[in-house]
Structure formats: C-alpha cells, structure tokens
Design a binder for this molecule. Sequence first.
Ligand SMILES: Cc1cc2nc3c(=O)[nH]c(=O)nc-3n(C[C@H](O)[C@H](O)[C@H](O)COP(=O)(O)OP(=O)(O)OC[C@H]3O[C@@H](n4cnc5c(N)ncnc54)[C@H](O)[C@@H]3O)c2cc1C
Ligand SMILES: *[C@@H]1O[C@H](CO)[C@@H](O)[C@H](O)[C@H]1NC(C)=O
Ligand SMILES: *[C@@H]1O[C@H](CO)[C@@H](O)[C@H](O)[C@H]1NC(C)=O
Ligand SMILES: *[C@@H]1O[C@H](CO)[C@@H](O)[C@H](O)[C@H]1NC(C)=O
Ligand SMILES: *[C@@H]1O[C@H](CO)[C@@H](O)[C@H](O)[C@H]1NC(C)=O
Ligand SMILES: CC(=O)N[C@H]1CO[C@H](CO)[C@@H](O)[C@@H]1O
Length: 468
Amino acid sequence: MELRSLVTALFALLFWTPQLAASRAGPEVLHRDVCIIGGGAAGTHAAIRLQQKSKSVTLIEKEALLGGHINTFLDPRTKAAFEYGVAVFNNVSLVRDYFDYLQVPLKSFTGWVPNATAVYADLARGNDLPGPTSNMSDFLPALNSYKAQLEKYPYLATGFHLEYPIPEDLLLPFGDFCKKYDTRAVAQYLFPSNGGYGNLLATPTLYLMKQSSMDQVQGILTNDAVNNAARGRNQALHEVARTRLEKNRNDVFVSSRITRVDRTGESGVVVHINTPRGKKAIRASKLVIAIPPTLSTLTPFMDLTNDEYVHFRQFNNSYLWAAVVKNSGIPTTASLMNLDPAAPLQIPAMPQIYGTTPTPIKDLHVVWYRSPHLVPDWEVKSHIEEDFNRLYGRGAEVVVLKNHSPYLLEVALDSVQAGFYDGLNRLQEKWDTFWTGAAWKTNDSTAIWKFNEEVLLPMILASLKGRG
Ligand SMILES: Cc1cc2nc3c(=O)[nH]c(=O)nc-3n(C[C@H](O)[C@H](O)[C@H](O)COP(=O)(O)OP(=O)(O)OC[C@H]3O[C@@H](n4cnc5c(N)ncnc54)[C@H](O)[C@@H]3O)c2cc1C
Ligand SMILES: *[C@@H]1O[C@H](CO)[C@@H](O)[C@H](O)[C@H]1NC(C)=O
Ligand SMILES: *[C@@H]1O[C@H](CO)[C@@H](O)[C@H](O)[C@H]1NC(C)=O
Ligand SMILES: *[C@@H]1O[C@H](CO)[C@@H](O)[C@H](O)[C@H]1NC(C)=O
Ligand SMILES: *[C@@H]1O[C@H](CO)[C@@H](O)[C@H](O)[C@H]1NC(C)=O
Ligand SMILES: CC(=O)N[C@H]1CO[C@H](CO)[C@@H](O)[C@@H]1O
C-alpha cells in the first residue's frame, strides 16, 4: 500500500469510529433561549447580559479560555502578570457596571511600567534614530484638529449607521486627510497605539475614525478614561464570567468545535458541537454569532443565505500578532518605536513590528506586529527576532506569539457608498440569527459592549417576547 493511501485509510477510520459510537448514544440535546457562538468580548458580554435578563444561554468557544483577544502573560517564576492583548477599557458606566456585576475590581491604567520612556529605531536597517520628525509640541494641536473633524460625524460613535452621500473627507486615505487638516503628528504618535491597519496612511478616514473615536480622543486629552482590570490580569474577567454562567445552570463549552448549524427548521436553530464532554446539540430559539463574519470562519459549519454571502464575501481583513520577546535589547523600561526615515511620515511598510511596550519583568517586552496579507507564524517570529538582533545583537527570543487574525474587517469604498453597511445591518434577526462583535461596531471592547447593550439586547429580547 502506498503511504498516501495508508494515511487516507487511517484517517477514514479515525473519523468513522467515533461517528459509529455517537449514532448509538446520540448527542445530548440542550434546550436554550439563546445559543452564542464565540466567547470573546462580544459573546461573553452578551451571555452575561442575557442571563441577567433571565434567559437561558449556551456559549461556545473554540479556544480553551474565554476572552478572545485578551492575552494575559503569567510569569511562572515571579507570578507577575501583564497584558499583551487587550489591555485597557474606557472608564464609562457600562464598563463599571459589567465589572461590578462580576465583582472584578477596576483600577486606573497607568501604563505597563511606571514612567516608561521611549526609544526610536529603524529596525529594518538596524539603526538608532533620535525620534519622529514631528515634534511632540505639534501633537496637541494636531489632536485637536482631528477632534474638530471627528465632531462633524457624531453618528460614527454608534455603529455603522452612515449618512449618504458619504462625506468626501471620510473617503480620503488617511494620509491625505492628515495633510489637509494638519494631523500628521497624530498619525506619527498615535500610530504605535492604533494597530490593526494593513497600511495606516492608505486606510480610508472612515475606518480610522471608527477606531480612533471620540471616546479615545477624550481619553487621551483628559488622561483619565482608561482602566485596567485589577487582580493584575484581564483574563480574570472572563474566568469569573464563565463561573457565573455555569453557576446559573447556563453552559459554557470551551475547546469545542461546531460541526453544523441548522437553521432550516420552522423556528429556532440547532447547533451541533463536539466538546471535551462529548457531542451536544443545542436547540435554541435564537442564535448570536460573535465571531468575525468572514466566509472562511462561517462556511465550515453553516450554510449562509444569499444575502449573508454577498455581504460577508466582501470583507477583507488585516493580520495582527502579539508577542512576548525575551532579550530584545530594548532598554528595560522603554518602548521602542519603529520608524522608516525614507517612508511617508516615517511609517514603515507592513508587514512589520509596529509597537512595543516594556513589562514589569525586566528582560521581557511586548511586541505587536501586523501585515496587510497572510504571513505564516514562523516567519513573523523570525522577522521579530532578526529585527532586534540586527539592532542590539542580544539573542532576542519570541517566548510566545498569538495570531489575532483576521483583524479589522473592511470593504471597498464604492461598496460602502452603495450602502453596504445598511445591508449588513438588515441581516440582523433574519433566520433567528443575530450578529455582534468588532465588525459590526469597531475595534474597541467598550464600544462593542455598548453595541450589545443598545442594539443587540433590545432586539433579542423583543424577538424572544414575540414568540410568546
Ligand atoms: C493585541 C490586541 C490588543 C487590543 N487591545 C485592546 C484594548 O486595550 N482595549 C480594547 O478595548 N480593545 C482592544 N483590542 C481590540 C479587541 O479586538 C476588541 O476589543 C474585542 O476583543 C473584539 O471582540 P470580539 O468579541 O468582536 O472578538 P474576539 O474577542 O476575537 O472574539 C471572538 C471569539 O470567538 C472565538 N471563535 C472564533 N471562531 C470560532 C468558532 N468557529 N467556534 C467557536 N468560537 C470561535 C474566538 O476564539 C474568540 O474567542 C485589542 C486587540 C488586539 C488584537
Ligand atoms: C472612573 O470614573 C469614575 C466616575 O467618574 C470615578 O469615580 C473613578 O475614580 C474613575 N476611575 C476608576 C479606576 O474607576
Ligand atoms: C515616576 O515619576 C514620578 C514623577 O516624576 C515620581 O514621583 C515617581 O517616584 C516615579 N516612579 C517610579 C516608580 O520611578
Ligand atoms: C518643536 O516645534 C516648535 C514649534 O514648531 C519649535 O519652536 C521647537 O523648536 C521644536 N522643537 C524641536 C525639539 O524640534
Ligand atoms: C481591503 O480592500 C480594499 C479595496 O478592495 C483595499 O483598499 C484595502 O486596502 C483592503 N484592506 C485590507 C486591510 O487589506
Ligand atoms: C490592536 C488595536 O488596534 N488595538 C486598539 C483597539 O482599540 C483600543 C481602544 O479601545 C486601542 O487602545 C487599541 O490599541
């Protein structure tokens, strides 16, 4: 037997045997008001809020932990913890209420280490640099100029409910917008903290303003609006959320794979999953999908309606990684900003390291990396190590790397102008299916929770009531 056919035969056996076992026992069937797919910021919050409204829920997550983009690094030696994924939340009542309910205390976020400094370098060429060309005294005027523009579009704060025709300025590539309104210093200094764009200066101002929102600008201006979950780690929020859901006889299935979502019944949905506790079938009145709505994430387990398909296939996305790096050579309490002296506004072309931060552990730094196209993880890892070794030669080592892709979903501007987001919003509630998460709102946990609160929950509660 050829090796290939042997392997195929073994694989067939592998899949065939458990199926046989299952057909005898049949999956356990759970009846729930709402089944939620994706236990990140959006899905977990929706589950908790529905539970608070006395609805029964099942939350399904493919990873071993809830929390999505949250990555807490726990040093085995010192037990010190720091965030290399989601770090900060806005200090608004909705966030405080959510943390309060879960009894997770909040504290002011004052950075990863006290009094951090900054160093600048051209990583691609291995040269130290004195700093960005715009000087820091240009920053506040630039931020205020940006804010004045943002104030013209208050509707950007509440989701993708656009006004037509879309104002010309929102369609400008952000680089052109920066020249027009002299906000270049914002692009240079906010750049490291505003990750996710494949190419910042080419990104339409509309998408930029969705992310660098009024809440964020206010936060920077007042230096007050951001918080970090206490207990040292943001992951705690989701651990408590999981316990709270399970204590109220709702289910949380982690490390679980959805095999099929069936929406062909008279009403409601059936979600079939493989869990570490065996196969389950969840019969739910309503389905909430809280994962990025792309064809590659959804089509493995569900048939999309034509309307869903024509929308979701238009999304393209950027790619983003978060890493913890040992012996980078960056000074212990400094962050390093990567600049390209030859590039517009010195912003290096991606794929590239775009930001770093020091951590409470001396020889570790957090490093963020992004790309407009897919890069294999091993290549990201060696690119990061080579960049630091070229500059400092200390034997940099990526200790852990998390791939956060697909990130920042975008569609082409002519589609936006033709009403893409109105069509997207009209998908809500069709086929007992509701949608939430970053693509429906923006990259920002606070904004996503606001969207759940103001848009998603009222819709679901009304539709559950409608069923009597
Ligand atoms: C490095 C980094 C730092 C960030 N920092 C901040 C910050 O400081 N503050 C802030 O507000 N925002 C931050 N963000 C933004 C963050 O993206 C959003 O705030 C928020 O996490 C998005 O939530 P979400 O629920 O839409 O998506 P996610 O958090 O990605 O949740 C989706 C979940 O669905 C799961 N999933 C995917 N496919 C399946 C499947 N087939 N079956 C079951 N489960 C599935 C995923 O594993 C994930 O847990 C950061 C993002 C990154 C990448
Ligand atoms: C957040 O805002 C509230 C209300 O303004 C304030 O009382 C509190 O001190 C702020 N900070 C934290 C960490 O909660
Ligand atoms: C940080 O700087 C402030 C003011 O310059 C100083 O009072 C404080 O002691 C410093 N903190 C540490 C940990 O160095
Ligand atoms: C920064 O800009 C201001 C105003 O344009 C100028 O007066 C000052 O000399 C600049 N500082 C540096 C360090 O370049
Ligand atoms: C997505 O596609 C649009 C147009 O098709 C393009 O302008 C944009 O740069 C792409 N964005 C990403 C993140 O790849
Ligand atoms: C990776 C990324 O773009 N993260 C940003 C998402 O939005 C928050 C604010 O809510 C920023 O602080 C992050 O830098």
